[in-house]
Design a protein around this ligand. Structure first.
Ligand code: PLP
Length: 400
């Protein structure tokens, strides 16, 4: 008999982490591999943030902190939410976890149980369904077509809601598509949710600061204040501040929910590192001007990748509003064969053979719940991206 608990059978390792691990293993074995799988900025954490961490260590801020985060950090989060999103939260309505992922995990563990449905627009970030399943809940997927910019349509949301629905998850800008909702689009979704008082919204705003072409970011509790008492607004410092390894994410919402999340966290990680929390205070209270330069570079890379991918036979992609991903349709290569006669039947076949033939690692759309697509992360140096696109084109041209 296995020692592993039955609940683990419902979930799988993160497919995006799996692709990155495989690419790194191939590299270590001497293969020339370009990894476009990781959801991580290629920039360093800004210096003033690292300096704040060093200072915290030197000053002895190395002990346990309150479970929900230091007062200084929760104050910085409250100030950020007020300043940038027009949202007012008191300190007992804010919690900090070990990255956005643990914060979402805590929220789900605190609220999802057998019989509960969680509406997840697809394509989705890979962890939403698995965390739902781990909690014994039922993910309800709502396909969001490319024709609608991969965004949830109000009529589809209305159709997906049942008396069992507890959460609707929104993620804007999105991983994996980069799609972002305008204030009007959020208002239309809010109208549907308002009519169903038992439904709560979990909005994952992790990519808030990564928007291009002057796009204006909005979040649902700001657009529809009547939803604020059933909205959990999630965010973190990982992506905008290039702080993936520091592990700081946060959530703001009704005190009862935040308190339950803290109870859960008090029996697991207790809190994220005290030094990381000090760094996050500097990130949130500090200047954001470094973002403009970084975003200009991301935008350039997005435009480069979109143009070069649309030049590959059988592939197509449109320009998303934000994040650092593009979600490429590979419908035009499914059914084609490799020079060795192998048939490409799925997007998973496409990424596997692309990695084998050309050493380019991307993630199959199957992992994000909408096929046949694959995700490219363009958070990689421009010359490397250029080379990756050359290889992808050569691979597509080799198909018959
Ligand atoms: N939410 C989305 C949409 C993400 O893409 C990620 C990371 O990839 C996270 C949350 C988790 O971020 P963190 O690294 O802070 O746990």
């Amino acid at each position: 008999m296995s020692i592993i608990a039955e609940r683990l059978s419902a979930i799988k390792p993160s497919p995006t982490i799996a692709v990155t691990t495989k690419a790194n293993e191939m590299k270590a074995a001497g293969r020339d591999v370009i990894g476009l799988g990781a959801g991580e900025p290629d920039f360093d954490t800004p210096e003033h943030i690292c300096a704040a961490a060093t200072e915290a260590m030197t000053k002895g801020e190395t002990r346990y902190t309150p479970v929900g985060g230091t007062v200084a950090l929760r104050k910085a989060i409250a100030a950020k939410l007020k300043r940038e999103n027009g949202l007012e939260y008191s300190l007992n309505e804010i919690t900090v976890g070990c990255g956005g992922k643990q914060t979402i995990y805590n929220a789900m563990m605190a609220t999802v149980e057998p019989g509960v449905e969680v509406i997840i627009p697809a394509p989705y970030w890979v962890s939403y369904p698995d965390i739902t399943l781990l909690c014994g809940g039922t993910p309800v997927f709502v396909p969001c077509a490319a024709e609608n910019g991969f965004k949830l349509q109000p009529r589809d949301l209305e159709r997906a809601i049942t008396y069992r629905t507890r959460w609707v998850i929104l993620n804007s800008p999105s991983n994996p598509t980069g799609a972002a909702y305008t204030a009007e689009e959020l208002a239309a979704l809010a109208r549907v949710i308002l009519a169903h008082p038992h439904v709560w919204v979990m909005t994952d705003d992790m990519y808030e600061h990564l928007v291009y072409d002057g796009f204006k970011f909005s979040t649902i509790a700001q657009v529809e204040p009547r939803l604020k008492d059933r909205t959990l607004t999630l965010n973190g410092v990982s992506k905008a501040f290039s702080m993936t390894g520091w592990r700081v994410g946060y959530a703001a919402g009704p005190a009862e929910l935040i308190s339950a999340m803290n109870t859960l966290q008090s029996q697991s990680t207790t809190h994220t590192s005290s030094v990381s929390q000090a760094a996050a205070v500097a990130a949130l209270n500090g200047p954001l001007d470094f973002l403009a330069e970084r975003n200009a570079l991301f935008q350039e890379r997005r435009d480069l990748v979109v143009a070069r991918i649309n030049d590959c036979p059988g592939l197509s992609v449109s320009k998303p509003e934000g994040a650092f991903y593009v979600y490429v349709s590979c419908a035009g290569v499914i059914g084609k064969t490799l020079p060795n006669g192998k048939l490409l039947e799925t997007d998973a076949d496409f990424v596997t053979e692309l990695l084998e033939a050309e050493g380019v690692a991307a993630v199959q759309g199957e992992a994000f719940g909408l096929s046949p697509y694959f995700r490219i992360s363009y958070a990689t140096a421009t010359p490397v991206l250029e080379e990756a696109c050359t290889r992808i084109k050569r691979f597509c041209e080799s198909l018959k």
